[in-house]
Write a protein that binds this ligand. Structure first.
Ligand code: ZN
Length: 488
C-alpha cells in the first residue's frame, strides 16, 4: 500500500519558477509514496496517513550537497589544521588502510551525519576504490542509509601497492580494467536503493593522453552515468595548467559536468564553463582552510552549488557551508573597496541567494531540476522540517523564515528529514536503518561499529609514514618545493 504523510500547519518555503522564495503560513504538505501530491490549507487527511504536526515549524526543501567524500568518517578530526598539500599526504591516501568493511561503516556514518543535518541528496566523489568490494560496500551503505546519492565512482587519487614506515610504492596501474568494467556494469544496472542511488563518474587524471580521457568520458556517458565530477583548482599544489580549457578543447564540457572548487580560474575559463552549462560545487570551509582561494558559487556567470567536501575536517552541514559562502563572498567584495580606502554601499549577495544554492541550485547542478530542490506538487518528497521555536529560532522564524533557516538554525533544529517520501529523522533523532538481510540498526549501534572500525583503521595508519606519501605526491603532481612557503 502507498504510504501517505501529512506535514500539518507549517510555514512552507515555496520557490516560484524564478526561484523567489515565499513563506506560506499555516500550510499543509501531503506526501503520497515518494511524491509531494498536495500543498494547501486544511488538506483532507486520508485514512492511515502519518500526521506530523508542523505548527511553529518551517518546511524546507531538503539540502543538496554536490561535493563530498562520504567514506572518510573514520578520519574525522585529523585534518582541521592542514592545507591541501598536508591532507593529500595524511588523509586522502588512507583508503589504502581501509578494508571493504571499513568502507561500509565509513560510508554509512557519512550518509547518516548528512541526513542528520538535513541533507537529502549528495554527489559522492568516491576516490577510495582499491577493490571492487570497496565500491560494493560503499553502495550497500548508501542504499541502507536512506539518503539520495549519486555514487561518483572514481579511481584512487594516489594508488599504492605498498606503504610502510620505510617505503611507499605507487601502482603502475592507475585505472585498472576491473574498475572500469565494474563502473560500466553499475552504470548500466542502476538505480539502486529503491531508485535513490545512481551512478556517476569521478575523474581527476588529466595528465593522461587526450584519446584516453575522451574515451573514458564517452564510454561512461554512453553507459548512462548521471554526472561526471572533477576536482579543479589552480594553484602551486594542484598546478596552473587549465583543465577547463582542456575539457573545452576535447569537446567534453556539458551540463552533466560538476567541477568541485573551480577556484583560481580566469574569467575566460569561467565563461567557458558557463556557456557550456557546466556546474561548480563550492566547498567554502575546505577551500578557505586548504588554501584554494575565494569560493566562486555566488559570483555572477557561475552555475553554482554547495558541497561539504569532507566531514573529516568540518561539520557535514550544507547550511553551514551556505553561511560560510555568504560570509566569504561578502568579505571578498568588501575587501576590494576597503583596500582602496572606500566602503561598500551594500553587500554583494543576499541570504536568499545562498539558500537557493543549497536547494534549487544543487538540484540544477545534479540534473534534477523540476524533480527536487523545491517544495512543489509533483516533486520528489525530499523535505526538512526545522523547529521555529527553539531558543535560536524564536523571533527570527516569524520575521523571516528563510533567514531563520539559512542564518540561525543548526543541526539541532533539524527535527524531521524525509527522503523520497520516507522519514529518516524524526523528533530530532535518526530513524534506524535497515541493512541488506533485514537487520535494523539504530544510530548508537552504528556508532559502536564505527568506533571499532576507526580503531582498526588507526592501527594500520600507525604503520605507515605520511612523509613518504608527501614526497611521492610532490613528484607525482610536479610540485615546486620553492613555492611552498610559511604564511607571513
Ligand atoms: Zn574533494
Amino acid at each position: 500500500m502507498t504510504s501517505t504523510i501529512i506535514l500539518k500547519g507549517g510555514t512552507v518555503l515555496y520557490h516560484d519558477d524564478a526561484d523567489n522564495v515565499t513563506a506560506l503560513k499555516d500550510t499543509d504538505v501531503l506526501v503520497t509514496g515518494n511524491l509531494i501530491t498536495e500543498i494547501g490549507k486544511n488538506i483532507n487527511v486520508p485514512p492511515g496517513t502519518t500526521v506530523i504536526d508542523c505548527h511553529g515549524k518551517i518546511i524546507s526543501p531538503g539540502f543538496i550537497d554536490t561535493h563530498h567524500h562520504m567514506w572518510q568518517t573514520q578520519l574525522k578530526g585529523r585534518h582541521m589544521d592542514e592545507t591541501l598539500l598536508e591532507y593529500m599526504a595524511s588523509g586522502n591516501p588512507q583508503s589504502f588502510n581501509y578494508t571493504p568493511e571499513d568502507m561500509f561503516w565509513g560510508q554509512l556514518g557519512g550518509c547518516l551525519e548528512a541526513i542528520d543535518a538535513g541533507t537529502t541528496f549528495v554527489l559522492d566523489h568516491s576516490h577510495s576504490i582499491y577493490t571492487a568490494e570497496h565500491a560494493t560496500q560503499c553502495l550497500a551503505a548508501s542504499s541502507a542509509s536512506g539518503l539520495r546519492l549519486i555514487y561518483a565512482y572514481s579511481a584512487v587519487s594516489i594508488p599504492l601497492t605498498s606503504w610502510t614506515k620505510d617505503s611507499i610504492m605507487l601502482s603502475s596501474d592507475i585505472l585498472p580494467a576491473w574498475s572500469l568494467d565494474q563502473l560500466e556494469a553499475l552504470a548500466t544496472s542502476q538505480p539502486f536503493g529503491n531508485g535513490r542511488v545512481t551512478i556517476g563518474l569521478g575523474f581527476d587524471f588529466f595528465f593522461l593522453p587526450r584519446e584516453i580521457i575522451i574515451g573514458i568520458f564517452n564510454r561512461f556517458r554512453k553507459a548512462g552515468v548521471k554526472v561526471i565530477t572533477c576536482h579543479v583548482s589552480k594553484n602551486a599544489v594542484c598546478g596552473t595548467g587549465s583543465i577547463v580549457t582542456l575539457l573545452h578543447e576535447y569537446g567534453l564540457l556539458g551540463p552533466d559536468i560538476v567541477l568541485s572548487h573551480a577556484t583560481g580560474l580566469t574569467p575566460d575559463e569561467h565563461a567557458l564553463l558557463y556557456s557550456a552549462g557546466a556546474n561548480v560545487s563550492s566547498t567554502p570551509t575546505s577551500e578557505a582552510q586548504m588554501g584554494l582561494g575565494w569560493p566562486v558559487a555566488l559570483h555572477s556567470g557561475v552555475h553554482g552549488s554547495l558541497g561539504v567536501d569532507s566531514h573529516a575536517f568540518c561539520e557535514s552541514s550544507i547550511l553551514s557551508e551556505a553561511r560560510t559562502l555568504l560570509l566569504l563572498a561578502r568579505q571578498e567584495g568588501n575587501l576590494k573597496l576597503l583596500e582602496r580606502g572606500e566602503f561598500p554601499q551594500r553587500l554583494v549577495a543576499r541570504a536568499r541567494d545562498a539558500f537557493n544554492l543549497a536547494t534549487v541550485g544543487g538540484a540544477r547542478a545534479l540534473g534534477m531540476e523540476g524533480k527536487i530542490g523545491r517544495v512543489r506538487v509533483g516533486y520528489l518528497a525530499d523535505l526538512v522540517v526545522v523547529d521555529g521555536r527553539s531558543p535560536a529560532m524564536s523571533g527570527v522564524a516569524e520575521w523571516d523564515p528563510v533567514v531563520a533557516v539559512l542564518g540561525h538554525s543548526s543541526v539541532r533544529d533539524v527535527e524531521t528529514v524525509i527522503v523520497d517520501g520516507v522519514v529518516r529523522k524524526k523528533d530530532g533523532k535518526l530513524v534506524a536503518v535497515e541493512l541488506e538481510g533485514g537487520e535494523r540498526l539504530g544510530w548508537e549501534a552504528v556508532a559502536e561499529k564505527l568506533a571499532t572500525s576507526r580503531e582498526e583503521v588507526q592501527e594500520r595508519i600507525a604503520t605507515v609514514e605520511v612523509g613518504l606519501a608527501k614526497k611521492l605526491l610532490m613528484g607525482m603532481w610536479h610540485i615546486d618545493e620553492n613555492k611552498i612557503k610559511a604564511v607571513a
